[in-house]
Design a protein around this ligand. Sequence first.
Ligand SMILES: Cc1cc2nc3c(=O)[nH]c(=O)nc-3n(C[C@H](O)[C@H](O)[C@H](O)COP(=O)(O)O)c2cc1C
Length: 308
Amino acid sequence: MIKIGDFTIKSNLILAPMAGYSDSPYRRIARRHGSGAVISELISADGIIRRNTKTTDLLRFCEEERPIGIQVFGNDVEVMREAAVIVQEWKPDFIDINMGCSVRRVFGSGSGAALLSKPDLIAEITNKIVTSVSVPVTAKIRIGIDADTLNYIEVVNVLQEAGISLISVHGRTRSQAFRGETDWDIIREIKSISKVPVIGNGDINSYSEAMMRLKISGCDAVMIGRGAIGNPWIFSGRVPDENELTDQIKKHLDLMLDFYGESGIILFRKHAAKYTRGLRNSKILRAQLMRAGSRDDIIGILENNILM
Ligand SMILES: Cc1cc2nc3c(=O)[nH]c(=O)nc-3n(C[C@H](O)[C@H](O)[C@H](O)COP(=O)(O)O)c2cc1C
């Protein structure tokens, strides 16, 4: 259990922010299955201050998702401050600063994990946001830019001094992107030196693995990203039968249609592929789902293939 600000994170398993996946429908599903909190995907501070509608659409969430954090990315102190102040209009429980994104579009522009190479800038951005908003501010980091610059101790100290309330850490460097293994020894070290709660993250693919990582790292919680796509049961350890699986897929599809309108069908396909991974006829099933153009098509395909 983690208490920050006015709210409590009651489960120590948390859905990781994932662009294109951790949207409002999937965040609601993750909460229903026991994720202790949820965080939006990274949202551009520049887009927020311009009130670009594509950007502000990403700020939408439902009461059911609480506690929810909105994650922002950027590298300009004033833009980040202004964006965080604007984000408060949507009344999230906390604001998370992205200091871990490794993709070229974000990193190359000096945001995301690029901030790790500039602890002074981290201090300035964090302090500015912390002193400008009334909700707790958290940060999601990696362990460094590359194997030669593992400056996580400095980064953690700077964040704490700047008033951060919680730190999530993906135990890889930026240059690893998603390759190699998560360094859980470093995550444990970060937990041991940190005065604020720490959420460890990287390569957790089952409930039992999550329990093991929690125990060994001593972290206050662990975050699960890819392992939760198509498997919200990872937050409870339940094993669904085929009826539950089909029911879940239908519910998810309906939430997406409700949230996005007709384009929800296309956006849902990548989730459908993950839900059906590992089923005996999953290859054929996936190919059919990828061509499905309506809700009825999807339901028909599922009923013919899963509930045979
Ligand atoms: C498709 C995808 C999108 C992601 N988007 C974000 C993001 O918007 N913000 C963020 O902090 N991390 C993002 N991440 C990183 C995850 O939050 C997480 O740190 C990483 O995937 C490692 O955890 P996992 O092994 O459990 O997936 C993303 C990862 C993936 C695979």
